[in-house]
Design a protein around this ligand. Structure first.
Ligand code: NAD
Length: 403
């Protein structure tokens, strides 16, 4: 398994070459400002205690309070959380929202816990990181394996409406937050196609999209892209992928909820996740976990455009291979910034005691993410670099100036 933190540090070093950053500043940015490691005892339904390991990493707060999700996944490690917190610093800077970068996680498979165990773990984690968080300090949100219900429990446990975002709407969450990451990704795809770059001139109606991952991000990207006229040719989850009749995304979701996977949905053929990534499609959307595309499979990718909806789905070595193949990659810190953007709207609404209509949230999101895309695009043209480097140059420069 590649170490995502080393990848994140390598990306930062690459960017530093394009910016006039002192070695002192670079040293500071290469590591999080703080990392908390906690051990959370949870009384299991059988009566015994199990201790779960959790982390909260705070990378940089020059632009505002730390902001970033909490991941519940068996493979969570300190290094992963540290990498994700650094990416959050760049993402918030690119998105143009007043936040720095943070991230949290617990090494656990939430699917193996009962509802009660999950609640006790969530509340225990919130209590453990409580001294480090707050509306002006660090504002967590959902990520892989967590959701609005878990944010509600955490918020109840430590108090402060604006301490967590991604809460359910009844508990102070923002309308449009659930769909926001996927919606932002679709806005970015539209903005990219509007550039009419040679080799990438697609008609939306015959632009074939393959989506890896069918959680919050993958589902909403697929559903909203389909609604906008794109053809979704394949989707997958951790158990495998499917190709075939995917015209009714809601039914696929219902099937997954019932059966535990998208695999076996009527009118479709099963494929592996490897096969999905290597499909002959126009747009590939990795929306699962990091390191989906590595030096082992990068050469086999046939898509012309990759929209990185997951965080860190392409390793730096794979990135080089894709670049040489002429594949256009929209980097995670831009492509999936819709979620944190609407999280920042939620924080704003909570603090002002307001509730914005969904149309207001969606319009503001579209304006913000399209503006971010145009800024990154301009940097790419000015500096003659790829989109990832452009996004990083822009982001790191903003953070360094704020420091
Ligand atoms: P989620 O837990 O809702 O869904 C994850 C999905 O990925 C599930 O369908 C799961 O089955 C699938 N998956 C896991 N391992 C897989 C594998 N090896 N191959 C194929 N599929 C696999 O998580 P999410 O919130 O949708 O997050 C997905 C990615 O997007 C993560 O990288 C996350 O950090 C990133 N992200 C999420 C948000 C957000 O708002 N939720 C915002 C920005 C970025």
């Amino acid at each position: 398994m590649e170490n995502p933190f080393l990848n994140a540090q390598k990306q930062l070093e690459n960017v530093a070459e394009y910016l006039d950053i002192s070695s002192d500043i670079l040293e500071i940015l290469k590591v999080p400002q703080a990392v908390l490691e906690v051990n959370i005892p949870v009384r299991m339904d059988g009566g015994e205690i199990r201790v779960f390991r959790g982390f909260r990493s705070q990378h940089n707060n020059a632009l505002g309070p730390y902001k970033g999700g909490i991941r519940f996944h068996p493979n969570v490690t300190k290094e992963e959380v540290m990498a994700l917190s650094m990416w959050m610093s760049w993402k918030c800077a690119v998105a143009g929202i007043p936040f720095g970068g943070g991230k949290g996680g617990v090494a656990v498979n939430p699917k193996e816990l009962s509802e009660g165990e999950l609640e006790r773990l969530s509340r225990g984690y919130a209590r453990a990181i409580c001294p480090l968080i707050g509306p002006e300090v660090d504002v967590p949100a959902p990520d892989v394996g967590t959701n609005g219900k878990i944010m509600n429990w955490m918020m109840e446990e430590v108090g402060g409406l604006a301490t967590f975002t991604g809460k359910s709407v009844e508990k102070g969450g923002s309308l449009g937050r659930e769909q926001a990451t996927g919606r932002g990704g679709v806005c970015v795809l539209h903005a990219l196609l509007a550039k009419q770059i040679s080799n990438f001139k697609f008609q939306i109606s015959n632009c074939r999209v393959a989506v890896q991952g069918f959680g919050n991000v993958g589902y909403w990207f697929a559903k909203l892209a389909q609604g906008a006229g794109f053809e979704i040719m394949a989707i997958s989850d951790s158990k495998g992928g499917i190709v075939g009749d995917l015209r009714n995304m809601e039914s696929v979701r219902e099937w997954k909820e019932k059966s535990g996977s998208v695999v076996g949905f009527r009118g479709t053929k099963t494929i592996t996740n490897e096969e999905l990534l290597e499909l002959d499609c126009d747009v590939l959307v990795p929306a699962a976990l990091e390191n989906a595309i590595t030096r082992d499979n990068a050469d086999k990718i046939k898509a012309k455009i990759i929209i990185e909806m997951a965080n860190g789905p392409i390793t730096p070595e794979a990135d080089e291979i894709l670049n040489k193949k002429g594949i256009l990659v929209v980097p995670d810190i831009l492509a999936n910034s819709g979620g944190v953007t609407v999280s920042s709207f939620e924080w704003e609404q909570n603090r002002r005691g307001e509730k914005w209509p969904e149309s207001t949230v969606n319009n503001k999101l579209e304006e913000k993410i399209t503006g971010a895309f145009e800024e990154v695009w301009k940097t790419k043209e000015d500096k003659k670099v790829d989109l990832r480097l452009a996004a990083y140059i822009l982001a790191v420069d903003k953070v360094v100036k704020a420091m």
